[in-house]
Design a protein around this ligand. Structure first.
Ligand SMILES: [Ca+2]
Length: 153
């Protein structure tokens, strides 16, 4: 078993090194996924419409479910003129429920800002980050129109 793990640890970077993404998508060598800020080309949308747009591209809104992915998604935002970006998680059942990453990632890492999530007005069910928050996350109203980053697969 140990030998197998060593072998995989050795092999994995080589596999990722060959990662190619479709045109306009950016590779993340850490996880082998491809990303695109859709609002480079399209208007800003609410969380649900952003997710539908990503799904139409065989993608989801990008997750930030571990430190490396979070840094990558925030780095993508920082490389644009946009101020903020949707993250691919929603609070499905309202207050005091955990968020759910829509790509199936486990919710076991967070970078929430202080006092978040507060589910303000009982309707802040979508996750978002901003340069103004220095990459910390906040829960906000899903109908707001924000840039989004899609992630494949
Ligand atoms: Ca909030």
């Amino acid at each position: 078993m140990i030998f197998l793990l060593c072998y995989l640890a050795f092999l994995a970077p080589a596999l990722v090194k060959g990662l190619t993404c479709d045109e306009n998508w950016i590779p993340n060598p850490n996880n082998g996924k491809c990303y695109m800020m859709i609002n480079k080309f399209e208007k800003r949308m609410n969380w649900t419409d952003s997710m539908i747009r990503c799904e139409n591209l065989n993608a989801t809104i990008a997750s930030a479910s571990n430190k490396n992915d979070n840094l990558f998604v925030f780095g993508m935002l920082n490389a644009t003129d946009e101020t903020d970006v949707w993250l691919g998680a929603i609070m499905k059942d309202g207050n005091d429920r955990p968020f759910t990453w829509q790509d199936g990632s486990t919710w076991n890492y967070t970078n929430l800002m202080e006092h978040a999530p507060n589910n303000g007005g009982g309707i802040e069910h979508c996750l978002w980050t901003s340069k103004k928050l220095d990459g910390k996350w906040n829960d906000i109203r899903c109908y707001l129109k924000k840039p989004a980053s899609c992630q494949k697969p």
